[in-house]
Design a protein around this ligand. Structure first.
Ligand SMILES: [Zn+2]
Length: 149
């Protein structure tokens, strides 16, 4: 006898270094560390600035807007959860606050035929669990459609 259950989305492991980021996403705010010494944002979270080794870094909120730097189309599911979502678009977003500040995510509400390098995008939130909200991206200015859970 088998019991079929829907595959569960793989989720991030939240630790002390990344907690501020996930606390932010839960409030639908995109936070990244900003270094008070070299005046630059850095992502991913870490204890010291990768530019100047300062530990004077604090979370700042970003607009959530940017442009597609590059993308790829996922045609295979490497985890059962993604099988029903194929094909989907994985993007690297150039965030507008700082040249070279990039974020890897999934582009939703956009078919693989519609995506292009340089396309304006904006963050959209997928509330997955009580603890985890994922920052995904969609074409900028498009009407918000329900994100597939
Ligand atoms: Zn710095």
């Amino acid at each position: 006898m088998t019991t079929e259950t829907a595959p569960v989305r793989p989720l991030p492991l939240i630790d002390d270094e990344t907690r501020f980021f996930w606390d932010g996403t839960r409030e639908h705010r995109l936070l990244m560390q900003y270094c008070a010494d070299c005046k630059r944002y850095h992502h991913y979270p870490r204890p010291v600035c990768p530019g100047c080794l300062s530990s004077d870094m604090a979370p700042e909120e970003l607009s959530g807007r940017g442009r597609v730097y590059t993308y790829t189309i996922a045609e295979q599911a490497f985890h059962p959860f993604f099988a029903d979502r194929l094909p989907y678009v994985l993007v690297v977003v150039d965030l507008e606050e700082q040249p070279g500040l990039r974020f890897v995510s999934e582009l939703v509400q956009c078919s693989p035929e519609e995506v292009s390098v340089g396309m304006p995008v904006e963050v959209v939130w997928e509330d997955v669990t009580e603890e985890v909200t994922l920052p995904l991206f969609k074409p900028a200015g498009s009407a918000d459609r329900a994100v597939q859970a």
